[in-house]
Design a protein around this ligand. Structure first.
Ligand SMILES: [Zn+2]
Length: 125
């Protein structure tokens, strides 16, 4: 693999905790992919600016919690640097957060519905 471009190194260092490029690269984990059918698909790589046609890879820095959407060339530079166990742990945490937000939304919906029913019944009386 060729050496990373300067813009890539600059962006990685800017959004990582470590000022050492090798260490900074190890702070990033891949959370998943998006395709060009998803609404929030980015057509340019955050790190090198290259055009992306099909797949965004979402990477997250475990120290700074910054997130980038990057292309298939740049993700290759991260592939060897993330431990897969950490990835699955992070995915579980994110799933849990989503799950909790969803249940909260459902509770709020239920309360509003009950309130509206009560309100309408009062009007009829
Ligand atoms: Zn790129």
């Amino acid at each position: 693999m060729s050496n990373p471009r300067n813009i890539f190194i600059k962006k990685v260092l800017e959004t990582s905790q470590s000022g050492d490029f090798e260490i900074a690269m190890s702070e990033w984990v891949c959370l998943g992919k998006k395709t060009n059918l998803d609404n929030d698909f980015y057509s340019n790589c955050d790190l090198c600016g290259a055009a992306i046609y099909k797949t965004n890879y979402i990477i997250c820095n475990v120290k700074t919690m910054r997130i980038h959407s990057i292309g298939c060339e740049c993700i290759k530079r991260f592939k060897s640097s993330y431990p897969s166990e950490l990835v699955s742990k992070l995915k579980r945490v994110i799933f849990k957060i989503n799950y909790n937000i969803n249940s909260l939304v459902n509770i709020i919906k239920y309360v509003i519905k009950e309130y509206l029913i009560q309100y309408c019944l009062n009007l009829l009386e």
